[in-house]
Ligand binder design. Structure first.
Ligand code: PMP
Length: 344
């Protein structure tokens, strides 16, 4: 029998198998309504319940304080790069960006369209922006930066729900769904209520945080089915033991991979310094590009897929989001060892 497929994709990424099986059940008939969530009005009682229950589940999982709104918006992480600036930069006309990799760089470039973005700390900044986990570069913050009173904005697209953190330290959190939350199509935005009053007049209504907060994220038609799947992912996280379990697993999986890399006598190399290595995206290279190619080919023959590094950096990248199991990670590490012995 062939090996089961193991998906190490960076996003869209693996979803928990249990959730996919559940969604298969509800695909044509959602809980006896006779129709799919896809076919339901976004203003129906059934969808309103899905929307509200999904928000409540997130609030519970993350312990989100009452003075924050949860929004489900479209436009992806990239859309939110613009939305963050348009909704917030109007407060003082400028913002600070910490650039630690390709996604924060893109966010800073987008913000330039709407105000002045600087790399030096400015106490007058409307907000301080950083990317908690750089998906391409494999760089993750292991602490929350001290913004000294300036509202803190974080892109947590690729490490959201992989550990507990104090939401009250943030002004705005954005997280695209397609890694740890669900299918692509929704970006979760968590916004502190006092920051809802600074949108630039040109802000498109679909991106206006205040409008969407006031309309419970149904100002216009949301991707309702995506929200349904997200609800099931949140329920799965709770069943697993919540963020404590996600955090423990993330640490265990990433440690297994980094140990193999670091104990390989230079056969595998990770360009990221130990103190800021990502627990979600592990980028590495073999000694030669030819070996990288062979690695990807051999891994694929064993059904370990989507391991190719981002086109900007090349090499190999193993993404080990919440849905990737410890056993799947062990299978990859075993393969890495065998490959190394064969080619050393
Ligand atoms: N931020 C981060 C950290 C990402 O990894 C990505 C893409 N995966 C984005 C933003 C952009 O997201 P999108 O493709 O949904 O625009």
């Amino acid at each position: 029998p062939s090996n089961p497929v193991i998906n190490f994709g960076a996003g869209p990424a693996k979803l928990p198998r249990e959730v996919l099986e559940e969604v298969k059940e509800s695909l044509v008939d959602y809980e006896g309504t006779g129709i799919s969530v896809m076919e339901m009005s976004h203003r129906s009682a059934d969808y309103t319940k899905i929307n509200n229950d999904t928000q409540s589940a997130l609030k519970e999982i993350l312990n989100i304080p009452d003075n924050y709104k949860i929004l489900f918006l479209q436009g992806g992480g990239t859309g939110m790069f613009a939305a963050v600036a348009m909704n917030l930069i109007g407060r003082t006309g400028k913002a600070d960006y910490v650039v630690t990799g390709s996604w924060s760089k893109k966010a800073a470039q987008e913000a330039e369209k709407y105000g002045k973005s600087t790399w030096n700390r400015d106490p007058e900044a409307s907000y301080l922006y950083y990317c908690d986990n750089e998906t391409v570069d494999g760089v993750e913050f292991n602490y929350i930066p001290d913004s000294q009173g300036v509202p803190l904005v974080s892109d947590m697209s690729s490490n959201f729900l992989s550990r507990k953190f104090d939401v009250s330290k943030f002004g705005v959190i954005i997280a695209g769904a397609q890694k740890n939350i669900g299918p692509a199509g929704i970006t979760v935005v968590i916004v502190r209520e006092d920051l809802l009053d600074y949108a630039m007049p040109i802000t498109p209504t679909v991106f206006d945080f205040k409008v969407n907060a006031g309309q419970n994220s149904v100002n216009n038609t949301p991707p309702t089915f995506v929200v349904h799947v997200i609800q099931r992912v949140f329920a799965w996280i709770k069943r697993q033991g919540g963020l404590a379990t996600m955090e423990q697993n993330a640490l265990q999986k990433s440690t297994l991979l980094y140990q193999e890399i670091d104990n390989s006598d230079g056969f595998y190399q990770c360009p990221v310094e130990a103190g800021c290595r990502s627990r979600m995206n592990v980028p590495f290279k073999c000694k030669t590009p030819e070996l990288d190619e062979q690695f990807l080919k051999d891994a694929k023959a064993l059904n370990m897929i989507q391991l190719k590094g981002h086109r900007l950096v090349g090499g190999i990248r193993a993404s080990i989001y919440n849905a990737v199991t410890i056993n799947e990670t062990i299978t990859l590490v075993k393969f890495m060892k065998e490959f190394r012995h064969k080619h050393s």
